[in-house]
Write a new protein. Structure first.
Lengths: 113, 113
């Protein structure tokens, strides 16, 4: 069974630039999560979906971050006008509707200069 | 809101000695507790979960017991191995399938020869 896949693996930007991250969850998993993990800190939830619906985006900086999952499968997280404080690893995870465990992708390491 | 506390940021010990990593939590409900392990430049992987059909959760020699009276879920291993060196995160979720995870700050375990 294929795991959660993410791309790109690395991104380096200047402040003010935009970037998009892509996630493909485990097949059949209807819940998808995006976490932000600053260096040497635990992952912090940004947003999560069940199918195509947003369940919780209360921690997503809505002025610059957006996330979509239009068909309930793949998802894209976008940062408009990145700031140095956005430097972190962005992790995608998925779980099944009847399961409690979350399975993480390899992450995208973002550096904003 | 929910929170998870890991009091040790860094733990260094000698191979063969016992390991104990602390985890306490606060939650309005009766949450599920998890331990995730993250090796360098890899995604977090599930190590243990608190619910295992009345058996003590155990994996790769690690075990943890959920103590609701003290709101704790400490991770233990009788004899550390060099390969155990990694970041360890304690996390909790509501006892609903597909719920989000709240992570602790993490403990970096270094095992020396």
């Amino acid at each position: 069974e294929a795991g959660v896949t993410q791309s790109p693996r690395y991104a380096v930007l200047q402040e003010g630039q935009a970037v998009s991250f892509w996630c493909d969850p485990i097949s059949g998993h209807d819940t998808l999560y995006w976490y932000q993990q600053p260096r040497d800190q635990g992952p912090q939830l940004l947003v999560y979906f069940r199918d195509e619906a947003v369940i919780d985006n209360s921690q997503l900086p809505s002025d610059r971050f957006s996330a979509v999952r239009p068909k309930g499968t793949n998802s894209t997280l976008k940062i408009q006008s990145a700031k140095q404080g956005d430097t972190a690893t962005y992790l995608c995870a998925s779980s099944s509707d009847w399961g409690y465990e979350q399975y993480f992708g390899p992450g995208t390491r973002l550096t904003v200069l | 809101g929910d929170s998870v506390t890991q009091t040790e940021g860094l733990v260094t010990l000698t191979e063969g000695l016992p390991v104990m990593l602390n985890c306490t939590y606060q939650s309005t409900y009766s949450p599920f507790l998890f331990w995730y392990v993250q090796h360098l430049n890899e995604a977090p992987k599930l190590l243990l979960k608190s619910f295992t059909d009345n058996k003590r959760p155990e994996h790769q020699g690690f075990h943890a017991t959920l103590h609701k009276s003290s709101s704790s879920f400490h991770l233990q291993k009788s004899s550390a191995q060099l390969s155990d060196s990694a970041l360890y995160y304690c996390a909790l979720s509501d006892n609903n399938a597909g719920a989000k995870l709240t992570f602790g700050g993490g403990t970096r375990l270094t095992v020396r020869p």
